[in-house]
Design a protein around this ligand. Structure first.
Ligand code: SAH
Length: 228
């Protein structure tokens, strides 16, 4: 496993170098890279994909969803510039891999997932790995987690068609949000939203990316209250 992680880290560092003119940095924060070394990615992928767990690519995790590419996980985490006392909101728990990376670096992680089976499996897995600073919720992530707001940082791990106003509102002044924006099967932009001290969002385009879509509320099947 050690060899696999070494290879994954080397691949991330190489891709950072290739993309440095776009991402504006030669290296990611050593604390982020340490978290990438610490979290065992093989614990987050289905059994038949374990041989590929340390490849620098996305892998399917069921329900039409994917665990994100390690380079993208590292880059998005780096963009948030997390501090040990931070409270972070994640939209799209998925496998829980990105959640674990955040939990290594921040004080408290709040993670929202739409698909109950994915959220439940991720919560069990992260408990088994002995993370005790993560709270989970099954809900539509477009709405964030108002009861726990405001957050120092927000990360969205599926592509939104626009920057959701609810999420901007739940960010602290001085806070940062990393979010892919665009339509499915079209080029998307990884955007960094910084909220200034006056509460105004400043948006920066970082990189072209390809994420699964954040499912909009209109497509979410709500149980019909009239059916018994
Ligand atoms: N960070 C995850 C990425 C999973 S893919 C990982 O690395 O494993 C994106 C996730 O977002 C999927 O699990 C999907 O079910 C979830 N998702 C999609 N639309 C959502 C919505 N509206 N609210 C919350 N989660 C959503």
């Amino acid at each position: 496993m050690k060899k696999g992680i070494d290879r994954m880290i080397a691949d991330i560092e190489r891709e950072v170098t290739y993309t440095r003119s776009m991402i504006g940095r030669d290296h990611l924060d050593p604390r982020v890279m340490q978290a990438m070394r610490t979290v065992p990615r093989d614990a987050f992928v289905p059994d038949d994909l374990k041989p590929y767990a340390f490849d620098n690519g996305p892998l399917r995790i069921g329900h039409g969803q994917t665990i994100s590419q390690p380079y993208i996980v590292a880059l998005m985490t780096d963009l948030l510039e997390l501090q040990a006392e931070d409270r972070v909101l994640e939209i799209g728990t998925g496998s829980g891999y990105q959640t674990a990376i955040l939990a290594e670096l921040a004080q408290q992680v709040f993670s929202v997932e739409l698909v109950p089976e994915l959220g439940k499996t991720a919560a069990e897995r992260l408990k088994q790995l002995e993370y005790d600073n993560i709270q989970f919720r099954i809900a539509n992530g477009y709405e964030g987690w108002p009861e726990q707001a405001p957050f120092d940082a927000i990360i969205v791990t599926a592509a939104a068609t626009h920057i959701p106003q609810d999420l901007v509102e739940q960010l602290k002044p001085g806070g940062k949000m990393a979010i892919p924006v665009g339509h499915p099967y079209q080029p998307q932009d990884l955007q960094l939203v910084r909220k200034n001290e006056r509460g105004e969002p400043m948006i920066q385009n970082i990189l072209g990316v390809a994420f699964v879509p954040l499912i909009p509320k209109a497509h979410i099947h709500e149980p019909d209250p009239n059916l018994h």
